[in-house]
Every structure is written in structure tokens, then in C-alpha cells.
Design a protein around this ligand. Structure first.
Ligand code: KIV
Ligand code: ZN
Length: 498
């Protein structure tokens, strides 16, 4: 197996997106998660660009022990000096320097010519070499750079000491066969190419970032530059999870990465939450629907043999179970399976037929059915005596005031009350509940939906709470979304012992 190095630029190329900016503490959290995911190189920032970026590179250098920390520069001496200073505490460090090589960049951005660009590239690499052994060179807009000239640039920078040569498709312009050809051309026409690792860095403007990266890898690239969830400027960068799972799924490529794929899901969620960037539901690998089967034929097929309709076991990316969405197109097999996961395993064929008919009637009216709906259909909700109920809830919220919730709860006839503050009324209320029910619980999913669109609408809250390694689902509906949130949380907690 050949080793493919994963270079993550979520904190540099990804973080450039307006609205995705993180503070240093958040960056450290993401970097530590990337390190435990097994990322080889973490691009921590562009130190000369701002004091904030400089500080982040310093702090990440201190916090990370195994992954290499990389800092970006232009082919400018001062950028390189500042990057070297920011990297001083890194256990493993890399300077990533480079310059535009396409005719667009040479003429219309740098107002230069081909020979001068090679000189500037070489002197930048030589300067970076004074500080670190590991120097990566990027030929910006390599995707639109003529291959013959690109090969001259690459040969010159490797001679100057570059250990990695990055071939970015900066504008996401290339077709997979074109990008494949480019990498192949370099392997065949750069005499010293064996002295450096070739890196892909593909943007997704035409939706081909992953395809192009794989094409590059199949033609000799051994470092791939990616971001979690594919975040990045414009249409984004190559998604880490897509490349890693494509490589893992196609063993015949003979390539492996160091990624612990079971941590992909939690990493995706962390980045999406901290960067305020929701993941589209149908996103490959990490989208909410990536492993959800809704048609009856598919559900039945998956339940009979997972591989009938799934090329990846969801557990491989850290998802507990393939979430089968129940809709009007679902069959009896899917309904029976869901009932079993809800603890109702003993059900006769006759009962199942009866529940299934009711299920179809309800599913015709609702797009998809929740676990609470299913339990209501089998009459389970009435027989499960709720141990915990919400007696009252009072919240103080608004602009310029502390968000405080006072709550009264009844646990099997015993009354409890407490007050807590939090980051908003829902957070304060849930904290108050947690203060009373002292268990190690973690909210994994929290979704508020409106039924119609008016301000008098009923809010439906779906919640998933992790407790003792298991996920419990809770649901509630109320015109007051704070009350609905608390009731949904309590609904999940009530299922802990069911
Ligand atoms: O897309 C690009 O060309 C880049 C370089 C700075 C590596 O992000
Ligand atoms: Zn980029």
C-alpha cells in the first residue's frame, strides 16, 4: 500500500470564507480534532495577513504535537520571516510558499514575465529553507498553467530545496482527465520529481474537486489538500471525507491514509457548528441523508443485506446506524425494523398489518414519521407512564439582559425546581433541567421546525440525546419553542430506562 498524506486547510483556505472565521480557542479545538482524526499536515493560517492569524499559528504550534503545522506565505521574504517566527514552537513545521504561474497571474496580477517568476519562486524556496527543512511550493493557478512551463517551475523549485510541490487548480477549472494529464506530465518531464511529493489542491467551481484530486492521486500525487465538509471560498475545496472514503472504498488503488474514518462524522459536525456552515442534507458521506433510505424497495433491500444499497457501512464514518427514514413509500419491513429499535420486538403479523395501514394513512399526511409518531400508532405512548414531567417554566430573555430560566419538574411524584442561566433561553432552560437530572447527557441533534409560517405557529422540536453510548430521541410541539425544547429533552430523558 502506498501512503497518501492528508493536508488539511480547513483553518486557512476554509476559514477565508466570510462568516466562517474562528477565534483562537475554536481553532485549537478544530486542530486537535484534526490531529486525532489522523491528519498529517494542518495548514494553520497565513501569519503575515493579520495579527490574529499570526497568533493562531503560534497557539496551534504549541497545542499540536503529532501533525505537522504549516504556515502559508507569498513568495515574499517578509512573509516567510513572519511565518518562520509564528512556527517557532511547532514540533513539526512546514512553510508553504508560492506564486502564480498561469499567464493570467503572470501578466494581470503580478505584472511580470515567466523567467522572473521562476527566479522569485526559487529565491522564496531558498529563503524558506534557511528556517525549515520542510518547504512546500505552490504554483498558483497551475490548473490553467501550460504544462511545459509548469514543469520548468517545478524542476527549479525542487532543485532549490522544495520537499512538496503543490499543483493547485485554484479556479476549479480543470476536467479530471486534464488534471490527471498535468500530474502525469510532471512525473514524466521533471527530472528531479522523485525528490519531492506532488500535492493536489483542487477547488470545486465545476463540482469536480474530488474527481480531480482522485485523478491526480491515480497519476502519482501523494499529498491531497482538503477541507472538512469541502468548505472554502466560492464553491469550496476538495472535501476530506470524500477523498478519504473514495480511497478506502477502492482498495484496488493500493493507497492508504492515516485517517481514523470513525471520527469523520464528529469532525464534520464540529466544523459545521463552529463555522456556522450547515452541511447540505445530500452531501456525500456527511450529509444528513447520506445513509438514509426512504423508498420501500431500498429499505427492504438494505435490511436484507446492507451492501445491496450501501457502499459504505455508516459505522465506518462514525454513524451508529443507517437511519431509515419512514415515509409513505416505506414497506412493512422498515416499519418492523423501526419498531424493534424502539423496543417493540414482539409484534404479530396481524398487529403489524393493522399498524401498517394506520401508518400509511398518517404518512400520506406527513412527509416523514418520527419515532414518537410510530409509538403513538402502536399505542405505546399511553402505556409508558412518564416518570418526568414539566410542571412550569419561566424564562427571562431578550437583548441586554441575562438569559435565565426557572423550572419546576415532577419526577415520579417528587417536585424539584431550580434556576439556571445560559447562552439564550433554550440553553438556560436545558441547563436547568440538567441541574436537576444529573446524568452525563449530550445533545447530539436539535431541530426546531415550524408547521406553517405564521408567528402564531406551532414549533416542533426534534432532539437526540446521547446517554451511556446510546442515542435517545425526543419530540414535542408547542406554540412556545422554549417549552417545546424542554419537553422534547424530557421526552428523550424519559426513554433512558425504557
Ligand atoms: O487555491 C490556491 O491556489 C491556494 C494556494 C494559496 C495554495 O489556496
Ligand atoms: Zn486554495
Amino acid at each position: 500500500m502506498d501512503r497518501l498524506y492528508i493536508f488539511d486547510t480547513t483553518l486557512r483556505d476554509g476559514e477565508q470564507v466570510p462568516g466562517c472565521q474562528l477565534n483562537t480557542v475554536e481553532k485549537i479545538e478544530v486542530a486537535k480534532t484534526l490531529e486525532s482524526l489522523g491528519v498529517d499536515v494542518i495548514e494553520a493560517g497565513f501569519p503575515v495577513s493579520s495579527p490574529g492569524d499570526f497568533k493562531s499559528v503560534v497557539e496551534l504550534s504549541k497545542a499540536i504535537t503529532w501533525s505537522t503545522i504549516c504556515a502559508l506565505t507569498r513568495a515574499v521574504e517578509n512573509d516567510i520571516n513572519v511565518a518562520a517566527e509564528a512556527l517557532q514552537y511547532a514540533k513539526r513545521k512546514r512553510i508553504h510558499t508560492g506564486i502564480g504561474t498561469s499567464e493570467y497571474h503572470i501578466k494581470h496580477k503580478l505584472n511580470s514575465n515567466r523567467e522572473e517568476i521562476i527566479e522569485r519562486a526559487v529565491s522564496a524556496v531558498k529563503h524558506a529553507k534557511k528556517y525549515v527543512e520542510d518547504v512546500e511550493f505552490y504554483a498558483e493557478d497551475a490548473g490553467r498553467t501550460e504544462n511545459e512551463y509548469l514543469a520548468r517551475v517545478v524542476e527549479a523549485v525542487i532543485k532549490a530545496g522544495a520537499t512538496v510541490v503543490n499543483i493547485p487548480d485554484t479556479t476549479g477549472y480543470c476536467l479530471p482527465n486534464e488534471y490527471a494529464q498535468k500530474i502525469k506530465y510532471l512525473t514524466e518531464n521533471v527530472s528531479n520529481i522523485h525528490k519531492a511529493v506532488i500535492a493536489t489542491h483542487c477547488h470545486n467551481d465545476l463540482g469536480m474537486a474530488t474527481a480531480n484530486s482522485i485523478a491526480g492521486i491515480m497519476n502519482g500525487a501523494r499529498q491531497v489538500e482538503v477541507t472538512v465538509n469541502g468548505i472554502g471560498e466560492r464553491a469550496g475545496n476538495t472535501a476530506l471525507e470524500e477523498v478519504v472514503m473514495a480511497i478506502k472504498s477502492h482498495k484496488e488503488l493500493g493507497i492508504e491514509t492515516n485517517i481514523n474514518t470513525k471520527k469523520i462524522w464528529e469532525t464534520s459536525k464540529l466544523v459545521s457548528t463552529l463555522m456556522n456552515m450547515p452541511v447540505q442534507p445530500n452531501k456525500a458521506i456527511v450529509g444528513r441523508n447520506a445513509f438514509a433510505h426512504s423508498s420501500g424497495i431500498h429499505q427492504d433491500g438494505v435490511l436484507k443485506h446492507r451492501e445491496n444499497y450501501e457502499i459504505i457501512d455508516p459505522k465506518e464514518v462514525g454513524i451508529d446506524e443507517n437511519s431509515i427514514v419512514l415515509t409513505a413509500r416505506s414497506g412493512r419491513a422498515a416499519l418492523k425494523h423501526r419498531l424493534a429499535t424502539l423496543g417493540i420486538a414482539e409484534i404479530s403479523q396481524e398487529q403489524l398489518d393493522e399498524v401498517y395501514q394506520q401508518f400509511l394513512l398518517l404518512a400520506d399526511r406527513k412527509k416523514s414519521l418520527s419515532d414518537s409518531d410510530i409509538l403513538t400508532l402502536v399505542g405505546e405512548r399511553e402505556v409508558v407512564r412518564k416518570k418526568i414531567t414539566l410542571d412550569y417554566l419561566q424564562v427571562l430573555c431578550g437583548k441586554g439582559v441575562k438569559q435565565v430560566a426557572t423550572i419546576g419538574i415532577d419526577i415520579a411524584g417528587e417536585k424539584f425546581e431550580t434556576t439556571a442561566s445560559g447562552n439564550g433561553p433554550v440553553d438556560a432552560s436545558i441547563k436547568a433541567v440538567k441541574d436537576i437530572i444529573r446524568r452525563q447527557m449530550l445533545i447530539q441533534e436539535f431541530l426546531i421546525q415550524a408547521i406553517t409560517k405564521g408567528s402564531d405557529d406551532v414549533g416542533k422540536v426534534h432532539i437526540q440525546v446521547e446517554y451511556n453510548g446510546k442515542i435517545y430521541y425526543g419530540f414535542a410541539a408547542n406554540t412556545d419553542i422554549v417549552t417545546a425544547s424542554v419537553e422534547a429533552f424530557i421526552d428523550a430523558v424519559n426513554k433512558f430506562s425504557v
